[in-house]
Design a protein around this ligand. Structure first.
Ligand SMILES: [Fe+2]
Length: 358
């Protein structure tokens, strides 16, 4: 059960922040602890959070209808029926091998975040990282790959693309918080995984609560109840707008148990992460390699945006500048940023004998 403490003041410590907090209601802003308007117990008792959830879903449906022609019927049906879709044999084993070889030869910027005993390692696939990587470049420009991702996100600009490796048991530490079932935010967003190796149960497959993306009456009741106490919840994530759902919560919402998505190399999985999901419980020293995509559209914009690559180029540049700023701040404190630089070989050693997951 979440711990409770003093409610944040609805009347703010700094008057000039009011316009910012109010304007944030019309954006993807989601922090109950950081924004006393979003986190207001009074306003959420009056239905503020549930109203944002409903309007955002309505707007997303409008964009999904506009973008229906860019995705095939099976993909659309799967996404709206289950909350995720599994496209088996999306690429061939030969293509998987070619992508793995290019990842293996990568020597550029590579970052890592540690959560509990798990390391998430990523290479952002921007122009610098894609130089001399012809197979990865072709994938990142492939309409066949990008179109279902754009449809799922209801957003025409391409998602951010990475190569990602999840390494379990990297250190002695507590549990990985991403293994608790959760919704990423209050509106549909997507994540996708194109697996570059077979994902078996011991590797901690992506885990999803089938059908949990649907805004049923039970889900809305749960969202309402959560929104009233979220600002005072201290699990590290719910108060920031990413609600955690326990087994009891799932039962109360008439949802099934979470199930891992085991898949062969070359399978593409696309998920609406407004549904409850998490990482599977991997065994010690296991790892998983994949091309990973992420897209978080503006929840209240009825237009799906523009299909321009320069938008994701710009996003990547901003992201890298942000990371470098965090590096400098951390270095000044004699520390390291949560997404810190690592030597690429710490990620690309996946074929070495004795390396985790090898
Ligand atoms: Fe998540």
């Amino acid at each position: 059960m979440p711990k409770h403490s003093k409610s944040p003041a609805l009347f703010p410590r700094a008057l000039y922040m009011w316009p910012v907090w109010i304007i944030a209601l019309g954006t993807s802003g989601k922090s109950f602890a950081g924004n006393p308007v979003i986190g207001s117990r009074l306003l959420n008792t009056l239905g503020l959070h549930v109203l944002r959830v409903l309007i955002a879903r309505l707007v997303t449906w409008f964009r999904w209808l506009l973008l229906a022609p860019i995705a095939d019927r099976e993909t659309r049906r799967g996404l709206h029926r289950d909350g995720f879709v599994v496209l088996a044999e999306f690429i061939s084993q030969n293509q998987v091998d070619a992508l793995r070889r290019e990842v293996k030869n990568h020597t550029g910027e590579t970052r890592q975040m540690l959560q509990g005993n798990t390391a998430t390692q990523r290479i952002l696939l921007d122009a610098a990282a894609l130089r001399d990587k012809h197979h990865l470049t072709a994938l990142c420009q492939s309409r066949r790959f990008l179109r279902p991702l754009k449809y799922a996100a209801a957003k025409l600009s391409p998602p951010l693309l990475y190569v990602q490796r999840i390494r379990n048991g990297i250190r002695e530490a507590g549990a990985d918080p991403q293994k608790t079932m959760h919704a990423d935010t209050f509106h549909p967003t997507i994540k996708a995984w194109l697996f570059l190796e077979d994902v078996t149960p011991e590797k901690g497959p992506f885990t999803y609560v089938k059908g949990s993306h649907k805004l049923t009456a039970a889900r809305l009741r749960w969202e309402y109840a959560r929104s009233r106490i979220a600002a005072q919840t201290h699990d590290g994530y719910s108060e920031k707008g990413s609600f955690r759902a326990s087994t009891d919560d799932l039962t109360a919402m008439n949802l099934p148990a979470p199930a891992g998505v085991c898949a062969r190399a070359g399978t593409l999985v696309i998920a609406n992460t407004n549904g409850f999901h998490g990482r599977g419980q991997a065994e010690e020293d296991q790892s998983r390699l994949e091309v990973w995509a992420y897209s978080r559209p503006s929840p209240f914009n009825p237009l799906p945006g523009l299909p321009f690559h320069f938008i994701s180029t710009l996003q990547s540049a901003i992201l890298k500048a942000f990371w470098r700023g965090k590096d400098r701040t951390a270095a000044a404190r004699n520390s390291r940023a949560s997404w810190h630089l690592i030597d690429a070989s710490e990620m690309t050693d996946f074929d070495q004998p004795g390396a985790p997951g090898s």
